[in-house]
Design a protein around this ligand. Structure first.
Ligand SMILES: Cc1cc2nc3c(=O)[nH]c(=O)nc-3n(C[C@H](O)[C@H](O)[C@H](O)COP(=O)(O)OP(=O)(O)OC[C@H]3O[C@@H](n4cnc5c(N)ncnc54)[C@H](O)[C@@H]3O)c2cc1C
Length: 309
């Protein structure tokens, strides 16, 4: 969307292809995480701009190499992003129906039960744990995948009084409590979540410095059980078997497992070595590099490449 936007601003004829029936890629997953609702506006902004600039938008169109070859574009910007890394074939039981990727969960494609194990405690593992334990707003079960596609849909924000209670911030204009702070209200989590990582040490230590503490505080206050240094052995209909750091085998009885074990770049549209395509190809965003991916880098990549052609 960023590349199409800047290319169109510079006067190019631009066609934007999207395999799904909505624009926005992974922003559509980010937008349902509590506190990340502004991604709704990022998507809205780009759709408005692209329509205003006359970019031809082709939804439900999974591009393949043949199509690109026949279409005779001068430039092809490959922004095909990332897909969640699957554990199928790597972890016994990963193919069971109660096991899902974060994308299947956050798109509303699959629903979880009352007890959930989250595999992988990176930024997305934290986001998913927050999503699963947040007790305000509507769940995806209520909204449904179709509701999420409605451009006018916005999640119900947490009320100010709920927010004050959750974070222990008083409405204390007389300054009766130090710093206007009190002990946060005890929260009854709506689900029991286990957030797990293979590496030892504190969960979330790699999160962003300015906002990481918020995520760590949320999962603590919402009763998420943090498990570090485990080896995942197998998933069965009873739950997930792990070996703890002391070498003991344990069963976590859970209804569902959400896999947040990283992402892989999608690069299948890039020409192979030896091909001599007519168009010039540019690889950007998550498709170029899946590691440490953030929206700022993806948007900047798009703007920079479009400014150069
Ligand atoms: C839960 C979650 C929370 C996040 N939170 C943040 C955050 O707080 N801050 C932040 O900076 N970043 C965040 N991100 C990361 C951000 O979403 C990504 O950095 C960004 O979406 C990457 O953009 P992209 O265009 O490279 O790829 P993607 O978003 O993956 O988009 C690629 C698009 O290409 C389409 N596509 C793929 N192949 C084809 C094909 N052959 N033909 C047509 N279309 C195709 C896909 O359907 C998809 O729509 C979050 C991500 C997730 C999942």
């Amino acid at each position: 969307m960023s590349a199409a936007h800047v290319a169109a601003l510079r006067g190019h004829d631009v066609t934007l292809f999207e395999a799904k029936d909505v624009l926005g890629g992974q922003f559509n997953y980010a937008k349902v995480i509590p506190g990340k609702e502004e991604f709704f506006e990022t998507i809205r902004y780009y759709i408005n701009e692209l329509e205003h600039l006359g970019v031809e938008i082709k939804l439900n169109t999974k591009v393949d190499k043949d199509m690109l070859e026949k279409a005779k574009f001068h430039h092809v910007i490959v922004a095909t992003g990332v897909v969640p890394r699957s554990l199928e074939g790597k972890l016994e039981g990963a193919e069971l129906p109660q096991v899902m990727s974060y994308a299947e969960l956050l798109s509303g494609e699959k629903a979880v039960g009352n007890t959930v194990a989250v595999i992988g405690a990176g930024g997305i593992g934290f986001d998913v744990s927050e999503y699963l334990t947040a007790n305000h707003g509507k769940s995806l079960d209520e909204i449904g995948p179709e509701g999420l596609k409605d451009p006018s849909y916005r999640p119900e924000p947490q009320s100010i009084s709920e927010w004050r209670e959750e974070w222990g911030v008083t409405n204390d204009t007389d300054y009766q409590s130090d710093g206007g702070l009190v002990r946060p209200a005890a929260i009854k989590p709506i689900r029991q979540v286990y957030l797990m990582q293979r590496s030892k040490g504190r969960l979330g230590s790699g999160l962003n410095k300015t906002s990481g503490w918020v995520h760590r505080a949320h999962i603590k206050s919402h009763g998420v059980i943090q498990v570090a240094g485990v080896q995942y052995d197998k998933i069965t209909n009873e739950g997930i078997w792990v070996t703890n750091p002391q070498g003991q085998s344990q069963l976590l009885r859970v209804d569902s497992v959400v896999v947040c074990a990283g992402q892989e770049s999608v690069v299948e549209l890039m020409p192979n070595v030896g091909d001599a395509p007519d168009a010039q190809y540019h690889l950007i965003g998550g498709a170029k590099l899946a590691a440490e991916l953030d929206a700022k880098r993806a948007i900047r990549d798009g703007a920079e490449v479009a400014a150069q052609i």
